[in-house]
Design a protein around this ligand. Structure first.
Ligand code: UDP
Ligand code: MN
Length: 302
């Protein structure tokens, strides 16, 4: 057969949430920095999937136009309505929010809080791999390099996340740790412990998730209730609380990314009774590939 079939473009799927934005809110500038560094440093074709509400959508369109003009590069952009997604996520939200949300019951903000755990049900079927970012981030490397991390996933890995770089899970696991004084759960990763995960950057193997009966089981009501009780876990950080528990119970489901891929800048816990231990949690010696200005921490210029 001598017919030449043009090679189908393999898009690199990038997801983010951009909601509750007004024209002068700080998140607008954050989104601009995130999207601009994403596109400028990329050497691959990006499909950018933005979850928005109707007011925020116009602002996103505007910024993305400007960025494409500024960089002279294009990307494919798709918008998803937050209200539609919220109804597809009802299950997951009702299971997770009693344990991992500080104010259960707030309709669509809760759905967004847990969205990454159900993205495989929302993303179009032609997407097999995806990366989801917080928009308070800034890339310093080509997105292609981050996707190469999928090649290091173990056979059973579903998600890839970088470590949480604060003592928040030392705090949340206080009771479990007092009953289990030898546990590494809640200790800094840097000294061989397990500090939990941060959800500012999430690698998601959508294809494996769609086919995983084990995943469906572990996110079921009975299972999540059981795990929360087992670890005396009452969190307030949404999906990342669940990833943290998942990493304790079934570590094979999560690939641990290098801390340089999610270099968090928030120092809130340093001044909240953890002054002496904070720096051992925040320690990350690798080169910064992505800054995460969480809790509104400013991001360095370089
Ligand atoms: N977000 C949003 N609108 C908001 C607040 C948050 O779209 O009003 C999205 C945005 O993508 C943001 C993510 O939710 O990056 C998580 O919130 P944030 O980064 O502020 O949390 P932090 O990293 O400080 O815990
Ligand atoms: Mn963030």
């Amino acid at each position: 057969d001598s017919t030449v079939t043009p090679k189908k473009i393999e898009y690199y799927n990038v997801w983010c949430i951009f909601t509750k934005v007004t024209s002068n809110s700080p998140i607008r500038r954050k989104f601009k920095i995130f999207s601009e560094t994403l596109l400028r440093l990329a050497t691959v074709d990006i499909a950018f999937h933005v979850i928005t509400d109707s007011d925020s959508k116009g602002i996103a369109e505007n910024e993305i136009q400007g960025i494409m003009r500024m960089t002279g590069k294009l990307m494919k952009v798709q918008y998803y309505d937050v209200h539609k997604l919220a109804s597809q996520l009802e299950n997951i939200v009702s299971v997770m929010s009693p344990h991992f949300s500080s104010k259960p019951g707030t309709y669509y903000s809760d759905a967004l809080f847990f969205l990454s755990l159900g993205l495989h049900r929302i993303a179009p079927m032609d997407q097999n791999l995806a990366v989801m970012f917080d928009v308070d981030t800034k890339l310093r490397r080509d997105i292609k390099e981050l996707f190469q991390e999928f090649n290091h996933f173990g056979e059973k890995a579903l998600f890839g996340l970088a470590p949480e770089l604060t003592p928040v899970y030392r705090h949340v696991l206080y009771l479990y740790r007092s009953k289990n004084p030898k546990t590494i759960f809640g200790e800094p990763l840097y000294s061989g412990g397990y500090s939990g995960y941060n959800s500012g950057v999430i690698l998601i193997n959508l294809e494996r998730l769609r086919n995983s009966l084990e995943y469906d089981q572990i996110v079921s009501q009975d299972s999540v209730d059981h795990l929360a009780e087992k670890f005396n876990f009452k969190g307030h950080l949404g999906d990342q609380d669940f990833y943290t528990i998942l990493g304790m119970e079934r570590p094979e489901f999560i690939y641990t990314l290098d801390c340089g891929w999610n270099r968090q800048l928030c120092t809130w816990w340093r001044d909240r009774g953890y002054t002496d231990v904070f720096s051992s949690y925040a320690q990350c010696d690798s080169e910064t590939k992505l800054w995460h200005g969480n809790c509104n921490a400013p991001i360095p210029d370089d």
